[in-house]
Design a protein around this ligand. Structure first.
Ligand SMILES: NC(=O)C1=CN([C@@H]2O[C@H](COP(=O)(O)OP(=O)(O)OC[C@H]3O[C@@H](n4cnc5c(N)ncnc54)[C@H](O)[C@@H]3O)[C@@H](O)[C@H]2O)[C@@H](O)CC1
Ligand SMILES: Nc1ncnc2c1ncn2[C@@H]1O[C@H](COP(=O)(O)OP(=O)(O)O)[C@@H](O)[C@H]1O
Ligand SMILES: [K+]
Length: 504
């Protein structure tokens, strides 16, 4: 699915109205009805609701939603933030309809009116601004947003996007933005959800399909794509009855050093859950017993060094390689990596210390085979490509770096982004802050190498691997909480993550 900016969303809406022969008011009804049914199924009548309405069509959505809630016997009141003298015809029409219903309506013109509004214990529906935010929220609206953020509400649900958050520009740190627990967004996540600047405000994101014109949406010229579990699920390869382990590839995971054998264990174990036919773990000999005991399905190659990997690796055609976690950045490690890169002529997965070695010895970058997959976290990417001042500039650098070096970069972060050698960026929302612990990146390396070995193209590998890893993380958090989950429990959930993709 393409990721769209505000202007593209407006174009898509107007094409939809034209092709489906509906009005803007009809589309608003559809939007509010989708929102209402989500609330009905997920929250229901046991809560009291306050719909806070702004001056544009996002406010219009709120007015129609308040009518749905009122008609269906919800305890609901509507707060009108009067920040404009002019309103769209849809807004005026829907307000008149709401006034004729039983919904309590409170009008807020100045901060003196705030006293009339008590948000304690209520579910606040934020319909103040949507994609039409044109400047930072200020004055009375900013104060009301502060009131929402500091009240003891039951929860805060943002309609389309949290008010104060831009759709496709970066917010400043001092902008006032609604801090939502849930964002019900229409058609597709907004670009700003993926950026650090403001992106913490969205809470859990739910994408509601409002049947905008699919064909037009697919044709919009955008190099930014959103990866859904449905989409990635269709890329999974089927296994054929008369096949054997030799048909599913042989992953060779290279890494680990004394005191860091855990990294090798994690990537090897993760690979063993990826469907790959055979696995070899290449570790210094100090890791032999640990590996054999912890991952008995993997073979172990220990010819290259005792405490750290060193010397010249022998490359075998049968292997698909992943290299880096825990291998260290000593002179011997750099030489080992350099020898490896000299000999290898097909795509490999490169992570962690292998990236750090390249960052410290940039000439190694020229040896990286085309279409390889590099998986730096943000700090490693900075070492590799340089620093930037904000998320948009980082995205530009990511694109130019991937294109220049003809590699796939999986830029690991709270919102991981994959950039292809053609400059296409793939965004995913899967994952959880519970994954912000040691070793979770090693798990991704194992998954990616296992997939690449099975014959997935590098692009399919990056897409499937990224979403599988994120969903496995979400499932581990569901089972154990974001606090108690670990890299190992993510591995345990890879099977269930496959089920999610297969059933999506
Ligand atoms: N027919 C449609 O156009 C549809 C619109 N939809 C909803 O409408 C939203 C977009 O509607 P709009 O384009 O009216 O945009 P908004 O509802 O975001 O509001 C724009 C209005 O707010 C004012 N404004 C912007 N920033 C301000 C600020 N900082 N302080 C005070 N006033 C400010 C603008 O001057 C304009 O009047 C979407 O996010 C979505 O929720 C959906 O219902 C789908 C259908
Ligand atoms: N806040 C977060 N939300 C979602 N995913 C996260 C978050 N923080 C980290 N992750 C994910 O966890 C992994 C961490 O990888 P990395 O930093 O390489 O860890 P390590 O080197 O310890 O294995 C990445 O896949 C990253 O996207
Ligand atoms: K909103």
């Amino acid at each position: 699915m393409k990721l769209l900016n505000a202007q593209q969303i407006r174009e898509l809406e107007s094409i939809t109205m034209e092709r489906q022969n509906i009005t803007s008011a009809d589309l608003m009804q559809r939007t509010a009805s989708k929102t209402y049914f989500w609330i009905k199924h997920n929250l229901g009548l046991k809560y009291a609701y306050t719909v806070v309405v702004g001056p544009g069509n996002n406010g219009g959505d709120g007015l129609v939603l308040a009518q749905f809630l009122t008609r269906n016997d919800y305890d609901v009141e509507c707060v009108l933030l009067e920040v404009s003298d002019t309103y769209t015809p849809e807004y005026t029409y829907e307000l008149e309809k709401l006034k004729r219903s039983d919904c309590k309506i409170k009008s807020v013109k100045t901060e003196a009116d705030f006293e009339e509004v008590n948000l304690t214990g209520r579910i606040v529906i934020d319909a103040i601004f949507g994609i039409g935010l044109s400047r930072p929220a200020a004055n009375m609206v900013a104060s009301f947003i502060e009131k929402i953020n500091t009240s003891l509400t039951q929860s805060v649900i943002a309609i389309d996007l949290p008010s104060g958050l831009y759709c496709d520009q970066l917010n400043s740190p001092d902008d006032t933005i609604v801090l939502a627990d849930t964002t019900l967004t229409f058609h597709v996540p907004k670009p700003s959800f993926f950026f650090l600047e403001g992106g913490n405000s969205v809470g859990k994101i739910i994408v509601l399909d409002i049947r905008l014109d699919y064909a037009y949406a697919n044709d919009i010229d955008s190099k930014y794509f959103y990866l859904t579990t449905e989409l990635v699920g269709t890329s999974l390869k089927k296994r054929t009855i008369f096949t054997h382990k030799g048909n599913y590839g042989h992953a060779n995971l290279i890494g680990g050093r004394k005191g860091m054998i855990g990294a090798a264990v994690l990537m090897t174990k993760a690979a063993s859950f990826s469907g790959v036919g055979l696995i070899t773990s290449t570790v210094p000999s100090v890791g032999l017993e640990i590996l054999q005991q912890r991952v008995p399905v993997a073979m172990c190659e220990t010819r290259y060094g005792e405490h750290q990997l060193e010397g010249e690796i022998e490359i075998d055609e049968k292997y698909t390689y992943g290299i880096g976690p825990g291998m260290g950045t000593s002179a011997a490690s750099v030489q080992f990596l350099s020898n490896f890169l000299d000999k290898i002529d097909r795509p490999v997965v490169i992570d962690a210390d292998a990236i750090n070695c390249i960052a410290e010895n940039p000439e190694l970058l020229n040896k990286v085979p085309e279409n390889s997959i590099l998986t730096p976290h943000v700090k490693e990417f900075r070492g590799l490509a340089g620093d930037t001042t904000d998320s948009l500039k980082q995205l530009e650098l990511l694109t130019s770096f991937s294109m220049k070096h003809k590699v796939y970069i999986v830029l690991k972060d709270a919102r991981t982004i994959v950039c292809t050698p053609e400059g296409k960026c793939l965004f995913s929302l899967n994952g959880t802050p519970g994954m912000a612990t040691g070793g979770t990146g090693d798990v991704l390396t194992g998954i990616l190498t296992g997939l690449l070995a099975q014959g997935y193209t590098p692009e399919e590998t990056a897409k499937v691997g990224l979403v599988l890893h994120g969903v496995a993380g979400e499932l581990a958090a569901e089972r154990l909480t974001e606090y108690a989950m670990t890299a190992e429990t993510i591995i345990e959930e890879i099977g269930n993550a496959f089920k999610v993709l297969l059933n999506a």
